[in-house]
Write a protein that binds this ligand. Structure first.
Ligand SMILES: [Zn+2]
Length: 316
């Protein structure tokens, strides 16, 4: 009887993979790399892998290294079940539908039927260990992507660094430290970490209008705004961030609205607008912005005051 790790390494080496297009299809091994990535980011605490934007995000990072085709993550998310260590769990009332389905056509369609996938309990336990993750990941790359091994390793190392920076950002917000991530000089990586942390804390929601858009193919319309512009403040701590849709990001940067000390919106009188009432900025006046659940991650009042005093067009 081989040990558990060897058992799963063998399974992973022999994934049932579509080879009808000449080369073996990369979908399943890429999904497994994305799952390992999600474990590493601490996103999988329970044995439940949801068809979520996060897993799509991880999938895309690797997908673009090997294919120019559309990243159809719903294919492996569904078909990995034939490898017997990946189990699909239907949403309530969708049991029969899942049983009858032979294929999904989009991640949104899959997510309407599948609540989550779980792994064999043994594999789940294994993937919680950093050393086992490393061995399994190496095996996937060696078997399925030997020619791109260098690139994969570079992306994985970069991911790990971005995860660390993101954790630093979150920790320093929690402990109210001076921003610890400032010790990291690498701006592109800090930008990615800042954006990722903010978008997640705000759950892909515009703080102003509460619009929440995520296509389950990994796109979101949401943008990350610095309350005190980064070019002036060099501050990318969590408290200087807001998640906004493109319209409200623009309006915020132009000072058409700002936020008071109770996190309510104040709207400038210095512009004209017309159209559907529901979409007008002036109707958001005095509404509370959407806030991260945990207090330490909310916008800093110092930053908000700066915006109010320097950016807001205060003509009522
Ligand atoms: Zn908005």
């Amino acid at each position: 009887m081989p040990d558990v790790l060897t058992y799963y390494l063998n399974k992973i080496e022999r994934l049932g993979i579509d080879r009808s297009h000449g080369k073996p299809a990369p979908h399943k091994p890429i999904l497994l790399l994305a799952v390992i990535d999600s474990f590493e980011q601490g996103l999988i605490a329970k044995n439940q892998i949801e068809p979520s934007p996060q897993i799509v995000e991880s999938f895309l990072k690797f997908w673009h290294l090997v294919s120019l085709e559309k990243p159809r993550i719903f294919l492996p998310f569904f078909h990995l079940k034939s490898d017997k260590f990946w189990h699909l769990h239907p949403k309530a009332g969708r049991e029969q539908l899942l049983q009858m389905t032979k294929q999904f056509n989009s991640m949104a369609q899959l997510a309407s039927v599948v609540a989550f996938a779980s792994l064999d309990e043994d594999l789940f336990t294994l993937l919680q260990r950093a050393d086992a993750r490393e061995v399994i990941r190496r095996k996937i790359i060696e078997v399925y992507f030997p020619e791109q091994a260098e690139m994969f390793r570079a992306v994985i190392a970069e991911n790990q660094e971005i995860n660390q920076i993101e954790n630093l950002l979150l920790e320093s917000a929690e402990n109210k430290n001076a921003d610890a991530s400032k010790t990291v000089a690498d701006m592109p990586k800090r930008n990615i970490a800042f954006r990722r942390a903010i978008i997640r804390l705000y759950d892909y929601t515009c703080a102003a209008c509460r619009l929440r858009i995520i296509t389950l193919d990994g796109e979101t319309a949401l943008e990350t705004a610095h309350i005190f512009p980064f070019a002036k403040s060099y501050d990318d701590s969590i408290g200087n961030g807001l998640s906004l849709c493109p319209l409200h990001h623009w309006s915020f940067d132009k000072g058409l609205f700002s936020i008071d000390d109770d996190y309510k919106m104040i709207v400038s009188g210095n512009f004209e607008e017309s159209g559907n009432e529901a979409f007008l900025l002036r109707n958001l006046k005095a509404k509370e912005i959407y806030l991260p659940k945990e207090k330490p991650f909310r916008p800093s009042l110092t930053m908000i005051r700066w915006h109010r005093e320097n950016q807001f067009q205060n003509y009522c």
